[in-house]
Design a protein around this ligand. Sequence first.
Ligand SMILES: Cc1cc2nc3c(=O)[nH]c(=O)nc-3n(C[C@H](O)[C@H](O)[C@H](O)COP(=O)(O)O)c2cc1C
Length: 333
Amino acid sequence: MERSALGRGLIRGMSRRLNLKSHHFGLDFPNPIGLAAGMDKKAQCLLGWQEMGFGWMEYGGITAVQQDGNSRPRMFRSRQDKALINRMGFNNPGAENMVRILERRKEKNLWPSVPVGVNIGRSKSANNDDALKDYIFTMRALEPHADIFVINVSSPNTPGLRDLQSGGQIERLLTGVTNWRNEHSMNPILVKIAPDLSDEQIVAIAKVGLETGIDGIVATNTTTSRSNLKGPPKFTEEVGGLSGRPLRDRSTEVIRILYRQLKDNIPIIGVGGIDDGESAWEKLTAGASLLQIYSGLIFEGPGLPGVINRSIVQRMKLEGVTSLNEVIGKDCS
Ligand SMILES: Cc1cc2nc3c(=O)[nH]c(=O)nc-3n(C[C@H](O)[C@H](O)[C@H](O)COP(=O)(O)O)c2cc1C
Protein backbone atom coordinates (compact mmCIF):
# COMPACT_ATOMS: atom_id res chain seq x y z
CA MET A 1 0.00 0.00 0.00
CA GLU A 2 2.84 2.38 0.94
CA ARG A 3 4.42 1.98 -2.52
CA SER A 4 1.61 3.77 -4.38
CA ALA A 5 0.75 7.48 -4.19
CA LEU A 6 -2.89 6.56 -3.47
CA GLY A 7 -1.82 4.25 -0.64
CA ARG A 8 0.42 6.91 0.86
CA GLY A 9 -2.40 9.44 0.64
CA LEU A 10 -4.79 7.06 2.41
CA ILE A 11 -2.29 6.38 5.21
CA ARG A 12 -1.63 10.11 5.61
CA GLY A 13 -5.36 10.88 5.64
CA MET A 14 -5.93 8.18 8.23
CA SER A 15 -3.33 9.53 10.64
CA ARG A 16 -4.70 13.08 10.23
CA ARG A 17 -8.13 11.93 11.36
CA LEU A 18 -6.62 10.04 14.29
CA ASN A 19 -5.36 13.26 15.88
CA LEU A 20 -2.58 11.68 17.88
CA LYS A 21 -0.30 14.64 17.36
CA SER A 22 2.01 15.79 20.11
CA HIS A 23 4.92 18.17 20.57
CA HIS A 24 8.01 17.21 22.58
CA PHE A 25 11.46 18.73 22.89
CA GLY A 26 10.77 21.19 20.10
CA LEU A 27 9.59 18.56 17.61
CA ASP A 28 6.16 17.70 16.18
CA PHE A 29 5.14 14.04 16.27
CA PRO A 30 2.15 13.10 14.05
CA ASN A 31 1.56 10.05 16.24
CA PRO A 32 3.45 8.54 19.21
CA ILE A 33 4.56 5.24 17.62
CA GLY A 34 8.26 5.17 16.81
CA LEU A 35 10.56 2.56 15.34
CA ALA A 36 12.96 1.35 18.06
CA ALA A 37 16.73 1.32 17.56
CA GLY A 38 18.36 -1.69 15.96
CA MET A 39 15.75 -2.40 13.29
CA ASP A 40 17.13 0.04 10.72
CA LYS A 41 20.75 0.17 11.79
CA LYS A 42 21.93 2.00 8.67
CA ALA A 43 18.85 4.17 8.11
CA GLN A 44 18.11 2.38 4.85
CA CYS A 45 14.32 2.55 4.98
CA LEU A 46 13.38 5.75 6.79
CA LEU A 47 10.78 6.84 4.27
CA GLY A 48 9.28 3.35 4.23
CA TRP A 49 8.78 3.40 8.01
CA GLN A 50 7.00 6.72 7.77
CA GLU A 51 4.75 5.37 5.04
CA MET A 52 4.06 2.32 7.22
CA GLY A 53 2.50 4.70 9.75
CA PHE A 54 5.34 5.37 12.17
CA GLY A 55 5.26 8.86 13.66
CA TRP A 56 9.02 8.92 14.16
CA MET A 57 12.01 6.58 14.02
CA GLU A 58 15.44 5.93 15.47
CA TYR A 59 18.26 4.53 13.34
CA GLY A 60 21.48 2.97 14.64
CA GLY A 61 23.12 2.10 17.01
CA ILE A 62 26.07 3.87 15.53
CA THR A 63 29.51 3.94 17.12
CA ALA A 64 32.48 6.19 16.40
CA VAL A 65 34.45 3.21 15.08
CA GLN A 66 33.17 0.84 12.37
CA GLN A 67 32.31 -2.59 13.88
CA ASP A 68 31.38 -6.00 12.49
CA GLY A 69 29.50 -7.02 15.63
CA ASN A 70 29.42 -10.55 17.04
CA SER A 71 29.66 -13.66 14.91
CA ARG A 72 26.49 -15.23 13.55
CA PRO A 73 24.05 -16.55 14.57
CA ARG A 74 23.37 -13.55 16.77
CA MET A 75 19.58 -13.22 16.75
CA PHE A 76 17.09 -15.85 17.90
CA ARG A 77 13.32 -15.94 18.11
CA SER A 78 10.76 -17.80 20.18
CA ARG A 79 7.32 -17.71 18.65
CA GLN A 80 5.87 -19.28 21.83
CA ASP A 81 7.11 -16.32 23.88
CA LYS A 82 6.75 -13.68 21.15
CA ALA A 83 10.30 -12.82 22.12
CA LEU A 84 13.72 -12.29 20.56
CA ILE A 85 17.21 -12.69 21.95
CA ASN A 86 19.94 -10.74 20.20
CA ARG A 87 23.65 -10.27 20.64
CA MET A 88 24.30 -8.19 17.53
CA GLY A 89 27.07 -6.18 19.23
CA PHE A 90 26.62 -2.83 17.42
CA ASN A 91 27.41 -4.01 13.89
CA ASN A 92 27.56 -0.67 12.07
CA PRO A 93 29.60 1.25 9.47
CA GLY A 94 30.95 3.78 11.98
CA ALA A 95 29.94 7.44 12.29
CA GLU A 96 31.90 8.84 9.34
CA ASN A 97 30.79 6.18 6.85
CA MET A 98 27.26 6.65 8.12
CA VAL A 99 27.45 10.35 7.21
CA ARG A 100 28.27 9.42 3.61
CA ILE A 101 25.38 6.92 3.48
CA LEU A 102 22.96 9.54 4.80
CA GLU A 103 24.18 12.26 2.45
CA ARG A 104 23.45 9.97 -0.48
CA ARG A 105 19.95 9.26 0.83
CA LYS A 106 19.22 12.96 1.19
CA GLU A 107 20.49 13.66 -2.34
CA LYS A 108 17.90 11.15 -3.56
CA ASN A 109 15.19 12.85 -1.49
CA LEU A 110 14.74 9.73 0.64
CA TRP A 111 14.35 11.57 3.90
CA PRO A 112 11.14 11.46 5.98
CA SER A 113 9.26 14.50 7.25
CA VAL A 114 8.76 13.01 10.74
CA PRO A 115 11.40 13.27 13.50
CA VAL A 116 14.46 11.03 13.13
CA GLY A 117 16.66 10.00 16.05
CA VAL A 118 20.08 8.40 16.03
CA ASN A 119 20.99 5.77 18.60
CA ILE A 120 24.60 6.26 19.68
CA GLY A 121 26.62 3.49 21.27
CA ARG A 122 30.12 3.37 22.70
CA SER A 123 32.71 1.75 20.43
CA LYS A 124 33.86 -1.64 21.70
CA SER A 125 37.49 -0.49 21.44
CA ALA A 126 36.90 2.53 23.71
CA ASN A 127 36.81 2.00 27.46
CA ASN A 128 34.41 3.76 29.79
CA ASP A 129 37.00 6.44 30.66
CA ASP A 130 37.01 7.45 26.98
CA ALA A 131 33.26 7.05 26.58
CA LEU A 132 32.40 10.76 26.57
CA LYS A 133 34.88 11.49 23.77
CA ASP A 134 33.61 8.49 21.83
CA TYR A 135 29.92 9.54 22.09
CA ILE A 136 30.72 13.15 21.20
CA PHE A 137 32.63 12.05 18.07
CA THR A 138 29.45 10.39 16.79
CA MET A 139 27.19 13.25 17.91
CA ARG A 140 29.39 15.76 16.05
CA ALA A 141 29.45 13.65 12.86
CA LEU A 142 25.73 12.88 12.76
CA GLU A 143 24.39 16.20 14.06
CA PRO A 144 23.26 17.31 10.57
CA HIS A 145 21.53 13.96 10.01
CA ALA A 146 19.37 13.52 13.09
CA ASP A 147 16.77 15.50 15.02
CA ILE A 148 17.34 13.59 18.27
CA PHE A 149 20.41 12.03 19.92
CA VAL A 150 19.80 8.87 21.96
CA ILE A 151 22.70 8.04 24.25
CA ASN A 152 22.63 4.28 24.61
CA VAL A 153 24.21 3.10 27.86
CA SER A 154 22.12 -0.04 28.12
CA SER A 155 22.94 -2.54 25.39
CA PRO A 156 23.98 -5.82 27.06
CA ASN A 157 26.18 -6.76 24.10
CA THR A 158 29.10 -4.37 24.57
CA PRO A 159 31.18 -5.43 27.59
CA GLY A 160 31.12 -2.81 30.36
CA LEU A 161 28.69 -0.48 28.57
CA ARG A 162 25.95 -0.77 31.16
CA ASP A 163 28.35 0.26 33.94
CA LEU A 164 27.98 3.77 32.49
CA GLN A 165 24.54 3.81 34.15
CA SER A 166 26.02 3.81 37.64
CA GLY A 167 26.14 6.91 39.91
CA GLY A 168 29.21 9.01 39.10
CA GLN A 169 29.62 7.67 35.58
CA ILE A 170 26.14 8.59 34.33
CA GLU A 171 26.41 12.04 35.89
CA ARG A 172 29.76 12.72 34.16
CA LEU A 173 28.54 11.38 30.84
CA LEU A 174 25.24 13.27 30.77
CA THR A 175 26.91 16.47 31.97
CA GLY A 176 29.48 16.08 29.19
CA VAL A 177 27.03 15.42 26.38
CA THR A 178 24.61 18.17 27.43
CA ASN A 179 27.51 20.66 27.72
CA TRP A 180 28.66 19.73 24.21
CA ARG A 181 25.10 20.00 22.90
CA ASN A 182 24.55 23.41 24.50
CA GLU A 183 27.52 24.78 22.56
CA HIS A 184 27.14 22.97 19.26
CA SER A 185 23.61 21.78 18.58
CA MET A 186 19.89 22.31 19.12
CA ASN A 187 19.18 18.58 19.17
CA PRO A 188 17.42 17.08 22.19
CA ILE A 189 19.33 14.38 24.05
CA LEU A 190 17.63 11.24 25.36
CA VAL A 191 19.30 8.54 27.44
CA LYS A 192 18.27 4.90 27.01
CA ILE A 193 18.34 2.72 30.11
CA ALA A 194 18.20 -0.99 30.92
CA PRO A 195 15.28 -2.77 32.59
CA ASP A 196 17.71 -4.67 34.83
CA LEU A 197 18.61 -1.66 37.00
CA SER A 198 17.36 -1.67 40.59
CA ASP A 199 14.46 0.66 41.37
CA GLU A 200 16.90 2.85 43.36
CA GLN A 201 19.23 3.14 40.36
CA ILE A 202 16.29 4.18 38.17
CA VAL A 203 15.31 6.90 40.64
CA ALA A 204 18.96 8.07 40.75
CA ILE A 205 19.13 8.30 36.93
CA ALA A 206 15.87 10.26 36.87
CA LYS A 207 17.39 12.75 39.32
CA VAL A 208 20.62 13.05 37.31
CA GLY A 209 18.48 13.52 34.20
CA LEU A 210 16.67 16.46 35.77
CA GLU A 211 19.91 18.01 37.06
CA THR A 212 21.85 17.70 33.81
CA GLY A 213 19.00 18.94 31.61
CA ILE A 214 18.60 15.98 29.30
CA ASP A 215 15.41 16.00 27.25
CA GLY A 216 14.03 12.51 27.73
CA ILE A 217 14.58 8.97 28.97
CA VAL A 218 14.01 5.90 26.80
CA ALA A 219 12.81 2.95 28.88
CA THR A 220 13.85 0.30 28.16
CA ASN A 221 16.51 -1.61 26.28
CA THR A 222 16.53 -5.44 26.24
CA THR A 223 16.89 -7.52 29.42
CA THR A 224 19.43 -10.16 30.47
CA SER A 225 16.72 -11.78 32.62
CA ARG A 226 15.18 -15.05 31.44
CA SER A 227 12.13 -15.20 33.72
CA ASN A 228 8.76 -16.43 32.52
CA LEU A 229 9.94 -17.97 29.25
CA LYS A 230 8.16 -20.96 27.73
CA GLY A 231 10.59 -21.53 24.85
CA PRO A 232 13.07 -24.43 24.69
CA PRO A 233 16.54 -24.23 26.34
CA LYS A 234 17.92 -23.88 22.80
CA PHE A 235 16.35 -20.40 22.89
CA THR A 236 16.41 -19.42 26.57
CA GLU A 237 20.09 -20.27 27.05
CA GLU A 238 21.32 -18.02 24.24
CA VAL A 239 23.44 -15.13 25.48
CA GLY A 240 22.17 -11.63 24.70
CA GLY A 241 19.32 -9.20 25.31
CA LEU A 242 15.75 -10.46 25.47
CA SER A 243 12.98 -8.32 23.95
CA GLY A 244 9.29 -8.67 23.22
CA ARG A 245 6.42 -9.82 25.41
CA PRO A 246 8.40 -11.16 28.39
CA LEU A 247 9.96 -7.69 28.76
CA ARG A 248 6.65 -5.87 28.72
CA ASP A 249 5.75 -5.68 32.41
CA ARG A 250 9.20 -4.75 33.67
CA SER A 251 9.59 -2.01 31.11
CA THR A 252 6.17 -0.60 32.09
CA GLU A 253 7.24 -0.73 35.74
CA VAL A 254 10.44 1.19 34.90
CA ILE A 255 8.30 3.84 33.17
CA ARG A 256 6.12 4.11 36.28
CA ILE A 257 9.15 4.56 38.55
CA LEU A 258 10.54 7.24 36.24
CA TYR A 259 7.22 9.07 35.91
CA ARG A 260 6.79 9.30 39.68
CA GLN A 261 10.09 11.21 39.76
CA LEU A 262 9.84 13.18 36.55
CA LYS A 263 6.11 13.93 36.23
CA ASP A 264 5.73 16.15 33.18
CA ASN A 265 9.24 17.64 33.41
CA ILE A 266 11.02 15.20 31.09
CA PRO A 267 9.17 12.99 28.60
CA ILE A 268 9.58 9.23 28.89
CA ILE A 269 9.77 7.10 25.76
CA GLY A 270 8.20 3.71 26.45
CA VAL A 271 9.58 0.63 24.70
CA GLY A 272 9.47 -3.06 25.53
CA GLY A 273 6.90 -5.65 24.53
CA ILE A 274 4.37 -3.38 22.83
CA ASP A 275 2.51 -5.49 20.30
CA ASP A 276 -1.10 -4.30 20.36
CA GLY A 277 -3.30 -1.38 21.39
CA GLU A 278 -3.67 -2.56 24.97
CA SER A 279 0.08 -2.83 25.62
CA ALA A 280 0.60 0.62 24.07
CA TRP A 281 -2.15 2.11 26.25
CA GLU A 282 -0.54 0.55 29.35
CA LYS A 283 2.73 2.33 28.60
CA LEU A 284 1.04 5.69 27.96
CA THR A 285 -0.99 5.56 31.15
CA ALA A 286 2.10 4.48 33.11
CA GLY A 287 3.75 7.74 32.02
CA ALA A 288 5.24 7.36 28.53
CA SER A 289 4.70 10.31 26.18
CA LEU A 290 6.06 8.51 23.11
CA LEU A 291 6.41 4.81 22.29
CA GLN A 292 8.67 2.57 20.23
CA ILE A 293 8.37 -0.96 18.88
CA TYR A 294 10.77 -3.57 17.54
CA SER A 295 9.81 -7.19 18.40
CA GLY A 296 6.09 -6.54 17.95
CA LEU A 297 6.74 -5.64 14.34
CA ILE A 298 8.50 -8.98 13.79
CA PHE A 299 5.62 -11.02 15.21
CA GLU A 300 2.62 -8.91 14.16
CA GLY A 301 3.81 -7.48 10.83
CA PRO A 302 3.84 -4.06 9.18
CA GLY A 303 0.21 -3.20 9.95
CA LEU A 304 1.07 -2.83 13.64
CA PRO A 305 1.66 0.96 13.86
CA GLY A 306 -1.76 1.59 12.24
CA VAL A 307 -3.48 -1.01 14.46
CA ILE A 308 -2.01 0.58 17.60
CA ASN A 309 -2.80 4.14 16.56
CA ARG A 310 -6.40 3.30 15.74
CA SER A 311 -6.78 1.42 19.00
CA ILE A 312 -5.43 4.38 21.01
CA VAL A 313 -7.94 6.71 19.35
CA GLN A 314 -10.82 4.32 20.07
CA ARG A 315 -9.76 4.06 23.69
CA MET A 316 -9.51 7.85 23.97
CA LYS A 317 -13.08 8.16 22.68
CA LEU A 318 -14.24 5.53 25.15
CA GLU A 319 -12.57 7.35 28.04
CA GLY A 320 -13.85 10.71 26.83
CA VAL A 321 -10.42 12.34 26.40
CA THR A 322 -9.47 14.48 23.43
CA SER A 323 -5.69 14.72 23.64
CA LEU A 324 -2.86 12.33 24.35
CA ASN A 325 -1.66 14.61 27.15
CA GLU A 326 -4.69 13.64 29.20
CA VAL A 327 -3.73 9.97 28.92
CA ILE A 328 -0.07 10.17 29.90
CA GLY A 329 0.59 8.97 33.44
CA LYS A 330 -3.14 8.62 34.18
CA ASP A 331 -2.63 5.29 35.97
CA CYS A 332 0.56 6.22 37.76
CA SER A 333 -0.06 6.98 41.41
C1 LIG B 1 18.09 -7.31 16.90
C2 LIG B 1 17.97 -6.13 17.83
C3 LIG B 1 18.92 -5.12 17.75
C4 LIG B 1 18.84 -4.03 18.64
N1 LIG B 1 19.76 -3.03 18.54
C5 LIG B 1 19.69 -1.95 19.37
C6 LIG B 1 20.64 -0.89 19.27
O1 LIG B 1 21.53 -0.88 18.42
N2 LIG B 1 20.53 0.12 20.17
C7 LIG B 1 19.55 0.15 21.14
O2 LIG B 1 19.48 1.08 21.93
N3 LIG B 1 18.62 -0.83 21.21
C8 LIG B 1 18.67 -1.87 20.37
N4 LIG B 1 17.73 -2.86 20.45
C9 LIG B 1 16.68 -2.78 21.50
C10 LIG B 1 15.37 -2.19 20.97
O3 LIG B 1 15.54 -0.89 20.47
C11 LIG B 1 14.30 -2.17 22.09
O4 LIG B 1 14.73 -1.34 23.13
C12 LIG B 1 14.02 -3.56 22.65
O5 LIG B 1 14.02 -4.53 21.63
C13 LIG B 1 12.69 -3.63 23.41
O6 LIG B 1 11.61 -3.36 22.56
P1 LIG B 1 10.67 -4.50 21.91
O7 LIG B 1 10.23 -5.38 23.03
O8 LIG B 1 9.58 -3.76 21.21
O9 LIG B 1 11.56 -5.25 20.95
C14 LIG B 1 17.79 -3.96 19.59
C15 LIG B 1 16.84 -4.99 19.65
C16 LIG B 1 16.91 -6.06 18.79
C17 LIG B 1 15.87 -7.14 18.88
